[in-house]
Each structure stands twice: as C-alpha cells, then as structure tokens.
Ligand binder design. Structure first.
Ligand code: KG4
Ligand code: ZN
Length: 342
C-alpha cells in the first residue's frame, strides 16, 4: 500500500510517501519533503495564519514536483484535516482535492495529533524497510506541541482514552513565549533548549496544578518567568548569564511538572511505557531526562526531525486509520476542522 501524506495545519508544508507492507507489518519511506516557514513568521514573533496560507500555496507545488516521480500507483492520499489554522488547512484541502481528482486516488482524513502520536515508529531513513515496533501496552501517550498538551492512556495502537490536557498554554507555546521574553526569535523552543545547556537552575519557579491528576497549566509559570525578567531588567541584571540561568530554570520546571504527572499516572494505571510526540518532543534534553527517570526501555520519542510537523507522520496515521477500518472521505464532503479533537 502506498500513501501520500499532506501536512498544512500550521507553518510547515509537508508532503511524504510511505509504502506499507501490511502483511509483514513493515514500512518504507519513499519521500519526505518539508518546507518550513519560520523565517517568514520570525519578524512577527509567532505564526501569522494568512502568511502561512500563502506559503503553503507557494510551497506545495514545489514539494510535489520533487516527489512526483515516486508517486506512481498511490493507494491513498492522507490529509491532515485538523486541528490547525483555518487558512492554512484550506490551502491543504484545495491541494488535496486537486491532486485526488487528477490522480484518481481516494482521500483518507487524518487527525494531526494522531500523526504526532505514531511518529515514534519510524526512523527517518529513505528506502529502508522498517518493522513495526512492538510496544508493551497499556502505555501512556503524551502530546506536547505548540498548540496542545494532552495525556492519553492507550490499551493498544488503536484504542485510547484522553486523561487530561492543559487548562491554558500548551508546553510549546510556553517555550515560545518565554523565549520571546528573553529576546530570542521564533520558534523559541529549540533556542531555550540550547541556552539551557549553559545555565544553572538558580530561579525557583511555580508548578501550577501539580496536585491535579492529568491536568496541566503553564500560564502561571510563564507569568512568573515574566516577573523575574522584568525585575532583572529593572535592576539592569538581565545579562547573558541571567538569560541562560532563566532558560535552564524554566525548562527544568517544565520537565519536573511533566515527569511528576507521568509518574503518578504510570503508577495509577500500571502502564509499561510512555510515548511522547509533538514538536516539543524534538527536545533531546527532555528525552534524556525521561530516560534517566523511567529507564530507557520505557520511553519512546520520535527522531528529532520527525517530532515537528511533516507529511510522513500524516501518511503513517493514515495507515493506522485504514487498518482500523476507517473509510475514505468522498471528495464532495472533504472539509477542514480547525478545532478537531482527538
Ligand atoms: O508539533 P509542532 O511542530 O507544531 C504544532 O503542532 O504546534 O510543534 C511546534 C512547537 C513550537 O512551540 C516549538 O517551539 C516547539 O514545538 N519545539 C521545541 C523544540 N523544538 C520545537 N520545544 C522545546 N524544545 C525543542 N527542542
Ligand atoms: Zn504539530
């Protein structure tokens, strides 16, 4: 089975082709192309939806020309129809429709968050057959991205229960906002991680709703960090060392909150593994942190370049939807769902 994945939910345009041998349960990446737009959004300190849409419109045909020679005999197009930014999703939908009509291929719609969940299954190696990983279920699934922070309980690859989510900011959003306070460009997550390697965790920051199971909150932590920034500025003490120390303190506090919630939930449901996905799972410091805490064999992260948005995750999630009995969407009914739950 050959699946083309299309990702346009936010500020990455992604097209990928995944081949699946469903009898032997193995995968092979034929193509994976991503056009990142962060340079376009950087001057604004965050993603501007209408600019994201314009970039998708420009980038998708360029990516398509690159992968087209490998797109013969496609079985499905998997399209991430939400959640995401409406103008961005619309460009993805139009492109999907055009391609599906031209190639006469069925479209399977995919939830962007499912793409993040399954992303740990693939090594980003072209043309190499990869066996489906065996995971000890039940396990926890933690999605930490720019727009979401959600904890799930999975009984197998197909069945899950949502345990809880953030009441306010998502983890990636908090990273981006704190980075902005520290004068770092968008996207701030990777820059905070880099700076945090050089600092010391000297600032004590709050851990909101630590006592509430499966519920997260990062707005209070973000505000507390802002107060420290303002105080340091007032005394003209926000120098390079202070910025590094704040980055370390903020990041460590986030890790401690997430770890404590995961540990409690692991114990309660007697889960055997933790699967982490979403842009923040690109953070290798967090990967090492969780591996140290829970043991390497219990923690699953995607490869760094598959953690952030891409079409391959969408193709893979499309495969899981198809094997779960999911039906293609008639082209006349294809739509976008900016607030799609998962
Ligand atoms: O999943 P993603 O690519 O887009 C959404 O679906 O939101 O996630 C993007 C988020 C941004 O907030 C970005 O700062 C964060 O992931 N991120 C990181 C790192 N790399 C990306 N956060 C912390 N550390 C990183 N290394
Ligand atoms: Zn994402």
């Amino acid at each position: 089975m050959k699946i083309l994945g299309i990702e346009t939910t936010c500020d990455e345009s992604g097209l990928a082709i995944l081949e699946v041998d469903s009898v032997k349960e193995r995968f092979r990446i034929l193509a994976n192309e991503v056009a990142s737009q962060y340079r376009v959004h950087q001057p604004f300190g965050g993603v501007v939806p209408i600019l994201a849409a314009r970039e998708h419109e420009k980038n998708l045909p360029i990516l398509w020309r690159k992968i087209k020679p490998l797109a013969e005999k496609l079985d499905y197009i998997a399209f991430a129809h939400g959640p995401g930014l409406a103008p961005a999703l619309l460009r993805g939908k139009n492109f999907t429709l055009k391609l599906a009509k031209r190639l006469k291929v069925k479209v399977i719609t995919v939830n962007h968050l499912a793409g993040h969940f399954y992303s740990f299954l693939l090594k980003n190696k072209l043309n190499l057959w990869q066996k489906k990983k065996e995971i000890p279920f039940p396990c926890l699934g933690l999605i930490i991205s720019g727009g979401h922070t959600i904890l799930y309980l999975f009984s197998d690859y197909y069945h899950k229960k949502k345990l809880g989510e953030t009441l306010d900011d998502a983890v990636g959003e908090a990273f981006d906002k704190v980075a902005r306070m520290l004068g770092l460009p968008y996207p701030g997550g990777p820059k905070i991680e880099k700076l945090a390697k050089k600092g010391k965790p000297l600032f004590i920051l709050p851990k909101p709703v630590l006592d509430r199971n499966y519920t997260f909150s990062f707005a209070g932590l973000k505000t507390a960090t802002l107060e420290v920034v303002q105080e340091l500025q007032a005394y003209q003490k926000l120098d390079q060392t202070a910025v590094q120390n704040l980055a370390t303190s903020f990041q460590k506090t986030v890790f401690e909150i997430l770890t404590q919630k995961l540990a409690k939930t692991m114990e309660k449901f007697q889960t055997k593994a933790i699967i982490v996905g979403g842009g923040v799972s690109a953070n290798r410091t967090f990967k090492k942190w969780l591996e140290n805490y829970f043991g390497k064999e219990k923690v699953y992260f995607p490869e760094k370049n598959l953690a952030t948005d891409n079409g391959l995750n969408i193709a893979l999630a499309g495969y899981f939807k198809i094997t779960a009995g999911g039906k293609p969407t008639p082209l006349t009914k294809l739509d976008i769902h900016p607030r799609l739950p998962w």
